[in-house]
Design a protein around this ligand. Structure first.
Ligand SMILES: Nc1ncnc2c1ncn2[C@@H]1O[C@H](COP(=O)(O)OP(=O)(O)O)[C@@H](O)[C@H]1O
Ligand SMILES: [Mg+2]
Length: 497
């Protein structure tokens, strides 16, 4: 007769569950940080060490918190798949009791938890994939009292989670891993960090990152809330109570940031970052293009952001699964959110479009205009630069010309060019030359009195040079002038790049 089988083949289950799909090391670590925050920790240290003499992938990650620690009973539950002191509780971050073992084994082959309610009474237990497979274990090892902690402890109560034999980290080098953790955790836990929780990676504080460009952090600030916050009352599945979903929109300061070099805009997470940040229990769980109905993502949409926030009792309606790193648009939530969100997205897209149009037509003021125009009469009369480019009115001698600056993307590499049209000297600044972004525009954006004084001086110099060009005429002179300006522009580019 066949033996009755255990419901789960433990060694196979453990191996299979390692693939349970954490996006990356940061989202797996976020589970451990969640637990620490739920245990009321205020300082969470993450240490990443390379084990000397070991293989290239042999990293160790230690997470230490000063939270409330665990009793023996709780520690037993902590390492058990499905074990939780709050199974299916929707009060906070945790819920399924899968977070700790699952996220740990997705990154490493051994996880040890050491915890204390009193500094003198440390208890510890572990899960080791190799042991489970080799010895076909189907039980957790026994909890041990210990005098040893992996790193010195300072808090009265707390927990240390140690991942060793890390063979599945997202990065091979400590430096890139730390960078990834700093950025991703700063963003996921921005609200906790603002509340005063310290998360440190190798002793360096994780700085918040706000994709809305509102709160303080690693990000620029300057986002401007658009409209009122939208609040939806949603029935909690299988309950009679209601919960709130909150949605807010932010416009980015396009006038100030749009002219920056593309590389800068990408580096600052302005462009290529259009979307919605999804917060579950004040913790970011996803980022993407959600609930936008038929509205497709366009480049214009880089210039606004949306934040949707819901409590964990609405998990089902947002399609949150146990790894807590993504949502799915359910039909139910779509029917509630998409109509408003799509409409607002279209309005915001349109506003961006219009701002860009305005920017294109808007030309910079000439601060030295009066002085230039008064002085013009004392300068030599102008000669036709070329027959085709300029149409001076009937070649008459014109006194007292007007002065104007326009900016354009010019096809050549000169930083400026000059033409005369309708008794106006027009200085054309090339938007494609670094001079425009780094000097001219940078100065105009900081419109403080002392800068305007400086811009005037810059205008004197530029217009004097531009005006001088008219002392030369003819095809040869034009060619020479062009070559001269080309050299000048190219040297200037080298100097300021
Ligand atoms: N850092 C910690 N401090 C205190 N208790 C913890 C800590 N980490 C885990 N626990 C305990 O272990 C249990 C299991 O954690 P986890 O597997 O993440 O499941 P969940 O968070 O869904 O409850 C938690 O319910 C909690 O009681
Ligand atoms: Mg948890």
């Amino acid at each position: 007769m066949l033996h009755r089988k255990s419901l789960v083949d433990h060694p196979n289950f453990i191996i299979a569950t390692r693939d349970s799909g954490y996006k990356n090391t940061a989202s797996a670590l976020a589970e451990i940080v969640d637990n620490a925050i739920e245990a009321a920790a205020t300082k969470i240290h993450i240490f990443i060490n390379k084990i000397v003499g070991a293989g290239e992938t042999d990293f160790e990650i230690i997470i230490m918190d000063d939270g409330m620690g665990m009793t023996e009973e709780e520690l037993n539950l902590a390492l058990q798949f499905g074990g939780s002191s709050r199974f299916n509780s929707r009060a906070h971050l945790g819920r399924y009791g899968m977070g700790l073992p699952n996220s740990s084994l997705s990154q490493c082959r051994r996880v040890e938890v050491t915890t204390w309610k009193k500094k003198s009474e440390l208890i510890t237990n572990y899960l080791d994939v190799d042991e489970i497979v080799e010895q076909k274990l189907n039980r957790l090892p026994r909890i041990r009292k210990t005098l040893y902690s992996p790193i010195p402890i300072h808090s009265k109560t707390g927990t240390i989670v140690r991942w060793s034999k890390c063979d599945r980290l997202s990065f091979k080098y400590i430096k890139s891993l730390c960078k990834h953790l700093h950025f991703t955790l700063g963003r996921i836990f921005r609200y906790s960090i603002w509340r005063g929780v310290d998360i440190l990676v190798n002793k360096e504080k994780v700085i918040a990152f706000d994709p809305l460009f509102l709160g303080d952090g690693h990000n620029l600030t300057g986002g401007v809330p658009y409209g009122k916050e939208l609040i939806y009352s949603v029935r909690v599945p299988n309950h009679t109570i209601m919960s709130e979903v909150r949605v807010r929109f932010v416009e980015l300061p396009l006038n100030e940031w749009a002219g920056w070099p593309n590389e800068e805009k990408r580096r600052r997470y302005i462009t290529k970052c259009a979307g919605v940040t999804i917060l579950r229990a004040q913790r970011e769980i996803d980022y993407g293009w959600f609930f936008m109905g038929d509205k497709r993502k366009e480049n214009y949409d880089d210039w606004w952001r949306c934040e949707i926030s819901f409590p964990s009792n609405l998990d089902e309606v947002f399609g949150v699964t146990h790894t807590k790193q993504e949502i799915k648009e359910t039909e139910f939530m779509n029917s509630i959110l998409a109509p408003d969100l799509e409409q607002t997205a279209k309005i915001l897209n349109n506003r961006v479009r219009q701002k860009f149009m305005y920017l294109k037509t808007q030309q910079p003021p000439v601060f030295a205009k009066q002085q230039l125009e008064r002085a013009d009469v004392y300068m030599s009369s102008i000669k036709k630069k070329s027959q085709t480019e300029i149409d001076i009115k009937s070649g008459d001698k014109v006194l007292g010309l007007k002065y104007k600056i326009v900016t354009k993307g010019l096809p050549h590499e000169l930083f400026f060019d000059v033409i005369e049209r309708n008794e106006t000297i027009i200085l054309i600044l090339n938007r494609n030359h670094l001079f425009y972004d780094r000097i001219f525009k940078a100065l105009h954006e900081k419109r403080i009195t002392s800068t305007i004084g400086f811009i005037r001086i810059l205008e004197f110099v530029l217009f004097a040079a531009a005006r001088a060009e008219f002392a030369f005429a003819g095809k040869n002179a034009n060619e020479f002038l062009f070559e001269f300006k080309q050299k000048w522009s190219s040297h200037l580019n080298t100097i300021i790049s």
